[in-house]
Design a protein around this ligand. Structure first.
Ligand code: G
Ligand code: G
Ligand code: MN
Ligand code: NA
Length: 250
């Protein structure tokens, strides 16, 4: 309850920050985007993990306001990044329970002037479990704004192929648990390779998440994956460091 009170205060005081983790185009060998990850530097508790406060925000319906903050900040920051660099924002399943999310995304795009094609919306499978017809219409509307839809953490939930048939995704993010075990379990190499092939056939991109070692990156490349993200390639960092990373890459 104390944390809930702090969460409200943090919103009012704009205590939240965004960290940006680079996403690499493995063909061009350059940063092609960033995933925005919320950070809460709490004055007394120190850095509170979103794994702790996002579930609380979902229960207390503060997630709408926090989500709007993330969208607005990420789009404003992305609009200042050069060229065609993309920004990915995580959407909570709770944010998809009402159609307000369409207005929130449209508003962030309009206020920032960001080209909608540079905004990626990450959605986990758990958001797709219920109320299929309504969710399908909602996702069509989000895509209608010009944004790209990403199926996040693929492989961890039901990983139903019907999600890929029914919903208009542009990208699949392969969960880090598969990537981590590629070096120790050949079946994980086969699974990641199969998802990459499937994405390709469907005209989608696949991103390998959680790449931590050079051996993992080699295997990810070997199975034909074109995009990757993980601590080996870059940790989540403040926007200024993200700018520097792009400048350094030339
Ligand atoms: O960066 P990391 O440990 O800190 O994130 C932990 C979890 O919190 C991940 O599942 C991530 O998707 C989620 N997360 C991080 N930032 C956001 C955000 O802005 N919105 C939502 N809904 N989830 C987020
Ligand atoms: O659920 P989602 O995939 O959005 O969450 C991404 C989470 O994974 C964030 O908490 C982010 O900080 C974390 N992350 C990103 N790269 C790595 C990595 O290479 N290893 C580990 N263990 N976590 C990572
Ligand atoms: Mn994500
Ligand atoms: Na993910």
């Amino acid at each position: 309850l104390e944390l809930e009170r702090d969460l409200r205060a943090a919103l009012a005081a704009e205590q939240f920050e965004l960290a940006y983790q680079p996403v690499f185009d493995l063909v061009a060998d350059r940063v092609c985007g960033f995933e925005a990850l919320i950070r809460w530097p709490h004055p007394e508790r120190g850095l509170v993990s979103p794994a702790e406060f996002i579930p609380l925000a979902e229960e207390t319906e503060l997630i709408g306001e926090i989500g709007a903050f993330v969208l607005n900040r990420a789009c404003a920051d992305a609009a200042r990044l050069p060229g065609d660099v993309r920004i990915a924002v995580n959407l909570s399943p709770v944010q998809l329970r009402t159609d307000d999310i369409v207005d929130a995304v449209a508003s962030a795009l309009q206020r920032s002037g960001l080209d909608p094609r540079r905004l990626e919306l990450e959605i986990t499978e758990s958001a797709l479990l219920e109320d299929n017809e309504r969710i399908a219409t909602l996702l069509e509307r989000l895509r209608g704004l010009g944004t790209r839809l990403v199926l996040d953490d693929f492989g961890t939930g039901y990983s139903s192929l019907s999600y890929l048939r029914r919903f208009p995704f542009d990208k699949i993010k392969i969960d880090q648990s598969f990537v981590r075990e590629m070096t120790t379990r050949s079946n994980c190499v086969a699974i990641v390779g199969a998802v990459v092939g499937l994405a390709d056939e469907l005209g989608m991109t696949a991103t390998a998440e959680g790449v931590e070692t050079a051996d993992q990156l080699d295997l990810v490349r070997q199975v034909g994956c074109l995009e990757a993200q993980g601590y080996l390639l870059g940790r989540p960092k403040p926007i200024l460091a993200a700018f520097e990373l792009l400048r350094g890459a030339g």
